[in-house]
Every structure is written in C-alpha cells, then in structure tokens.
Ligand binder design. Structure first.
Ligand SMILES: [Zn+2]
Length: 169
C-alpha cells in the first residue's frame, strides 16, 4: 500500500505534458568517426519540416523541438534580426534555442546534433540508411525563459552571446 501511494504522489507531481506528450521516432545506426563505436540515435525524416531533435550534453537523452508556433524561437529570431549590421545577426537561432531550453534533470542541451553517446564528439557525418529501433521522446520546453520579464529575456540573450560567441554560428 505504501509503495503504491508513493508512486501516486510521484506521478501527481510531474507536469501532465511530461507524462503524455511524447512522440515515437526511429533510431538509426551509425559508426562514430572518432571512437568507431556503433551508436544509435534518432533522426527525423524528410517530412519533419519545422522539427528538430535536441540532445542533452551528456548525449544520453533526446527531445523533440517544434519550431513552428514556438514563442521562444520567434523571440530569438526577432532579437537577432534587430542586430542588423552586427556579426551576431547571422547567429544560428536554433543553437540559442537549445541553450535556452529548460534543463532536464539538471542537464543542458548540446548546441550541435548529434553527438556520440559513447565519446560525446559531435558527428559531422551520419546517415539514415540503417533504421533500427523505435524510441519515445518528449518535447523540449522553455518555461524558465518564458517566465522572465522582457528586460531579463534580453539580458539572458546578451549573456549567451557573450559567453558562447563564435559557437553560435
Ligand atoms: Zn564516439
């Protein structure tokens, strides 16, 4: 009985969307160019316009990102657009979006996808020739960022640009 109520408490304290909002995606087998391990990670097909996958910096967890009707993404793009004439104007808004996402179990998202789950190196060459297993992945969220005032949102973006600079291109 006790165990059951602990589980119930646990479930009641997880926001509903984390329980229900997932999507089935496919893993694809690739060989890491650096450590030569065979690794599997999800890739989206050609019909996934406006969607991305984010991966935690430890390379273990994957989350789906919708770019269409994404308030945070629109905000970042507008912010960069207003930097007309400055170098940062050409930064990749998707990379900034990854940095701004809510952390998952204290883990941040990598700005490049995919990274090898074994050696953590960024994979420059990969393919979707060898589809393997299915994986359920949840959606990334930006609740922390969206909770900021306009002034603090701008401050946060300036801070990211200052810290990450050339990695954002
Ligand atoms: Zn590797």
């Amino acid at each position: 009985m006790r165990g059951k109520s602990v589980i119930k408490d646990f479930i009641e304290h997880i926001p509903m969307d984390i329980i229900t909002n997932t999507r089935t995606v496919y893993n694809f087998l690739n060989t890491c160019y650096k450590c030569f391990h065979d690794v599997e990670y999800p890739l989206l097909g050609d019909f996934s316009y406006g969607e991305l996958i984010f991966q935690t910096t430890d390379a273990q967890d994957f989350f789906l990102v919708e770019l269409i009707d994404n308030k945070t993404f629109d905000y970042v793009r507008e912010f960069l657009k207003n930097k007309e004439g400055q170098k940062i104007n050409k930064a990749d808004p998707q990379k900034i979006l990854a940095i701004l996402a809510d952390k998952i179990n204290e883990k941040e998202f990598a700005i490049d996808y995919p990274i090898c789950p074994n050696c953590k190196r960024r994979q420059n060459h990969f393919n979707d020739n060898n589809r393997t297993t299915q994986r359920q992945i949840g959606f990334a969220t930006w609740t922390d960022f969206e909770g900021l005032t306009q002034e603090n949102k701008t401050k946060r973006l300036e801070e990211i640009i200052h810290l990450k600079g050339k990695n954002l291109f």
